[in-house]
Design a binder for this molecule. Structure first.
Ligand code: NAI
Ligand code: F6P
Length: 380
């Protein structure tokens, strides 16, 4: 069985590639990082090491890689032959890979009529649907009919903390032991992929929202508040009383939304929060606040981990969530020098003033109570 995976980065190698290998796939990675592509083709294997006291190691074999900038024909051929396609490139890259994917799929329909599932493993709601939208942009109505019949883009939720790697072995990836990969079964085409570790569900929404509004909301809150306190890493930030308190309280707020909306058991959800906070404190992992807080423009989007649960909380309880507001305020004032999106946000604030900037960045109306509270929290 052949898998094609876009993005040979932390999650690509450390999570998706590992599970595909264990399921018996030979995986071809697609990337633009020539160092990683060359190393994968040279070594044909890499190590995944668990970040816990066991330091257990798994060797991922039967791997190769294609540089999509240099070998478009090779990539097309791999798309024609693939039994499954996955991605972990980052949401902003999906429109870029959609181009090569569309041309490979066009070629495929001429030669190979087998069904194919294409699963985007990114931190956003509706990632595969978004990829599909971009792939379909240039299709003729006739092609749409054929693509609809042969290809599916089931949405997914992925959860495993894989920090930036600093190993001498450039292919090795250190990962936390915990993982969760949930896929929308109702959107599959053809045979269900036999990958142990994927949980198939008929309705993905509760799972993706629980994950994004707990793991990612909590993480982002710790990252942005920690940065403000001068902390470098997530575990360091969590030793700060105030950061810890706000993060726990923000997760209480998102928990109220999730339990209210989906009927999750309150006690089980509380245990889920405790487990997540303990994952953030994993002493075998060094996770920079700048990695977890990366791309704040995306993270402050109206459908993402901070603003979406805040809007839902306001709708359900009639007043803005005090702690999520603190997280949003810290995110909007985050000015990490290496982060292009953080710099863009600061430029938007300088040009338009905070109130209009909040609207432009989050989609919240200028007179929304959440906007007002963010202004107060920032001190404007
Ligand atoms: N690192 C983590 O713990 C988790 C990350 N995710 C999600 O997984 C996705 C990937 O994140 P990471 O692996 O952390 O990032 P990463 O930066 O380690 O990996 C992304 C890879 O995509 C490659 N890439 C960039 N442009 C490309 C293109 N045009 N074609 C092919 N490859 C391209 C990069 O060279 C890089 O190797 C993101 O959506 C992230 O939100 C989800 C859960 C956990
Ligand atoms: O990958 P993103 O969306 O930029 O955000 C970082 C987040 O993703 C993760 O890497 C994994 O879910 C978390 O560590 C963190 O919450």
């Amino acid at each position: 069985m052949k898998a094609l995976h876009y993005g040979a980065g932390n999650i690509g190698r450390g999570f998706i590639g590992a599970l595909l290998y264990q399921a018996g796939y030979a995986t071809t990675f697609v990337d633009v990082n020539s160092e990683i592509v060359d190393l994968l083709n040279e070594k044909k294997e890499y190590r995944v090491v668990l970040a816990d006291k066991t330091q257990d190691e798994l060797v991922i074999r039967n791997v190769s890689a294609i540089n999509s900038m240099e070998k478009p024909e090779e990539l097309e051929a791999a798309i024609v032959e693939a039994d499954i396609i996955t991605t972990a490139v980052g949401p902003s890259i999906l429109p870029i890979i959609a181009k090569s994917l569309a041309s490979g799929l066009r070629k495929r329909v001429e030669i190979n009529k087998a069904h194919l599932n294409i699963i985007a493993c990114e931190n956003l709601i509706g990632g595969s649907s978004l990829l599909k939208q971009h792939v379909y942009e240039g299709l003729t109505p006739e092609e749409v009919v054929v693509f609809d019949e042969l290809f599916a883009f089931p949405d997914a939720a992925v959860d495993r903390i894989v920090p930036n790697q600093t190993n001498a072995d450039k292919l090795m990836v250190t990962v936390e032991p915990y993982y969760e990969w949930v896929v929308d079964e109702s959107a599959l085409v053809g045979e269900t992929p036999a990958v142990e570790g994927i949980t198939f569900v008929r309705d993905l929404t509760p799972y993706i929202e629980r994950k994004l509004f707990t793991v990612n909301t909590g993480h982002a809150t710790v990252a942005y508040l920690g940065y403000k306190k001068g902390c470098k890493t997530i575990d360091e930030a969590l030793t700060n009383e105030e950061v810890r308190k706000v993060a726990k309280s923000a997760l209480k707020e998102t928990g109220m939304v999730l339990v209210g909306k989906y009927g999750f058991d309150k006690k089980e959800h509380e245990a889920y929060i405790v487990k997540i906070l303990s994952r953030f404190e994993n002493s075998y992992i060094t996770d920079d606040v700048t990695r977890v807080g990366r791309a704040p423009l995306r993270k402050l989007g109206g459908n993402d981990r901070l603003v979406a649960p805040a809007k839902q909380y306001l709708e359900l309880f009639g007043h803005p969530p005090a702690n999520l507001i603190k997280a949003i305020a810290a995110a909007i004032t985050y000015d990490g020098a290496e982060d292009e999106e953080a710099q863009t946000i600061q430029q938007i604030i300088r040009s338009n003033g905070l109130q209009k900037a909040i609207t432009e960045i989050t989609g919240l109306e200028t007179d929304n109570p959440i906007t007002m509270q963010i202004m107060k929290e920032v001190g404007v």
